[in-house]
Ligand binder design. Structure first.
Ligand code: DGY
Length: 319
């Protein structure tokens, strides 16, 4: 079996893949351009892909009819045309669960950074600007008693809600589906229509997948509905937020601050965001811990081995 790994992968995962076939690692950390990607996957039975790798009809054509599985090393799979691949009998898998805590930690770090102006404070010291302690100096806002509005109360959204509860926040959520009654009870979470959630929340954290329905879910109208004191945090996918509209809202003070780990044209960042002190910007670090990245790679490898050995995938994506 020919197993193609499109980017560098931690060695334990490569070792696992070797138990099921001949492994070809494209030793690089950046995405291949489309022509190189098509060349790399030609003749593959299995491909380990990452966000940034476009897995679509052209990819499947280039790989050939023997392609059996594409294992995406991410929980999100908006880079994969799942109906196209599954329609050809190719199993698509992702890596849910193993990155939940790391991503929730980072989302909450962004909540704290944005509400307490931590990036701004750090930049102030490093710039050598003179400063002294006084009662009105660099005031942020506290979290106790405030409402965290979560859009998408899946695994990561729930993990963020647990952290927020420990900070004394109230939880509201919206999304396509209502959470199980036990989850609502544990988090004391209120389900609200999205327009109410936007109006009522002090902090809004996005945890929905990127789909045609969620692209620009947070647009100028959604931003206008938020409180002027609201903080928006995005650790999901950049295009869920209209970045130009967000930059305009931040600049005009229509919302107070934003914490972003993901961007519409990643790795590019909207130039206006770079100029704003009330935008906290991180380079897609949600799952970036040693432990989590190793676990993600190993889960992807287990999915490939499961399919190639006939035991089935561990975490398949439903078509
Ligand atoms: C994911 O898994 O979808 C993240 O964005 C990358 O870890």
């Amino acid at each position: 079996m020919r197993i193609v790994v499109i980017r560098n992968l931690p060695e334990p995962a490569v070792a696992l893949l070797r138990t099921a076939g001949e492994v070809h690692v494209c030793e690089r950390d950046r995405a291949l351009d489309p022509a190189d990607l098509r060349r790399a996957v030609a003749g593959a039975d299995a491909v380990v892909a990452m966000l940034g790798d476009r897995v679509d009809a052209a990819f499947a054509d280039a790989a050939g009819p023997q392609l059996k599985v594409v294992a995406n090393v991410a929980v999100g799979y908006d880079n994969v045309d799942v109906p196209e691949l599954t329609g050809r009998g190719v199993t698509v898998t992702n890596t849910p669960g193993v990155l939940t805590d790391a991503t929730a930690d980072l989302a909450f770090a962004l909540v704290l950074m944005a509400t307490r102006r931590l990036g701004e404070g750090e930049r102030l010291i490093r710039s050598g600007t003179p400063w002294f302690f006084h009662l009105g100096f660099m005031l942020g806002t506290g979290l106790q008693g405030k409402t965290l509005g979560i859009i998408g109360l899946g695994g990561i959204g729930q993990a963020v809600a647990r952290r927020a509860r420990a900070f004394g926040m109230r939880i509201a959520y919206s999304g396509r589906r209502r959470a199980a009654a036990a989850v609502e009870a544990e988090l004391d979470a209120r389900f609200l229509p999205q327009d109410e959630l936007l109006r009522e929340s002090d902090v809004i954290s996005l945890h929905c997948p990127l789909t045609e329905q969620t692209r620009h879910l947070i647009d100028a109208a959604a931003l206008a509905a938020m409180k002027p004191s609201a903080v928006l945090v995005n650790t999901s996918r950049g295009p869920v937020v209209d970045e130009a509209a967000l930059a305009a809202a931040l600049r005009a003070g229509r919302i107070a601050a934003a914490g972003l780990d993901v961007f519409e044209e990643e790795p590019a960042v909207h130039p206006e965001l770079l100029e704003l002190d009330n935008a906290v910007l991180l380079p897609h670090l949600g799952s970036a811990t040693e432990e989590t990245r190793t676990a993600m790679a190993e889960l992807a490898a287990r999915n490939v081995v499961g399919v190639l050995t006939g035991n089935g995938p561990v975490t398949p994506v439903a078509a």
